[in-house]
Ligand binder design. Structure first.
Ligand SMILES: [Zn+2]
Length: 241
């Protein structure tokens, strides 16, 4: 991997040459990788100059992603760890007792987990994670249906089915069959954010694109939708279990 000295430190970057590329493009991802795509004939001198010209942006991006990755919970599924539900923290309490079934119960601000005694550490984490996901999926279904009903009293649109999905890169979508799909992870976000996603997908029943007409439809019920959209962009990555 080539590297360049920037701000007294050696910064490594990935360089890909492409016959299709017309200009140099630069990307920094959450892992802190710097990736450059350059037209095949670009000299190293030009590439290095390009990096130096953009060094302030690169450093800003690296710092930004460092902050985000610190905010992403790294759970080991042990007592005392915090999990978010509708924007509020819930503390995990794990009890190992003589039972066969694994069980989750929400009590006040706690998620009480009951586990059989003889599970390996790996099995324990896997079971707790699955149980939490199931719990979140059920809550997501309940809350999303309620909020859809609430907002559709105003919009009066007709949709088909609601699906709670495990999507890696999307918060929701609206299919051509007028089905509404939602990522279960949105239930970890505060309710105003859930509402924004619900209204966003609901409005796609009428406006399939992201046109001005679409956004003004969203705005009728979510006047500060830009703020909520920005929250999701900045915090969405922390919505993990
Ligand atoms: Zn959309």
């Amino acid at each position: 991997m080539p590297y360049l000295e920037l701000h007294d430190s050696n910064i490594a970057y990935k360089l890909k040459r492409s016959r299709k590329a017309k200009t140099i493009t630069l990307k920094v991802n959450i892992r802190g990788d710097i990736e450059l795509v350059a037209p095949s004939c670009t000299s190293i001198k030009i590439i290095e100059m390009f990096i130096r010209t953009n060094q302030n942006w690169i450093i800003k991006q690296l710092e930004h992603f460092k902050k985000i990755s610190k905010a992403i919970p790294q759970h080991q599924y042990k007592t005392g760890e915090l999990f978010s539900y509708l924007g509020k923290p819930y503390e995990l309490v794990v009890n190992e007792v003589k039972i066969k079934q694994i069980h989750l119960e929400q009590q006040g601000n706690n998620f009480l987990i009951t586990l059989p005694l003889d599970l390996s550490t790996n099995d324990k984490s896997k079971n707790i994670k699955n149980l939490l996901e199931k719990w979140y999926r059920n809550r997501a279904r309940e809350v999303i249906i309620k909020r859809l009903d609430y907002y559709n009293k105003y919009y009066k649109l007709s949709y088909n089915k609601i699906f709670i999905k495990n999507q890696k890169t999307r918060w929701g979508s609206c299919s051509t069959l007028k089905n509404l799909n939602f990522n279960w992870r949105i239930i970890m976000a505060p309710l105003p954010i859930v509402d924004y996603i619900v209204v966003h997908e609901l409005c796609h029943i009428k406006e399939q694109n992201h046109s001005t007409a679409f956004w003004s439809l969203v705005e009728q019920q979510i006047p500060d939708y830009k703020k909520r959209k920005a929250w999701l962009k900045n915090n969405g990555m922390t919505l993990v279990i």
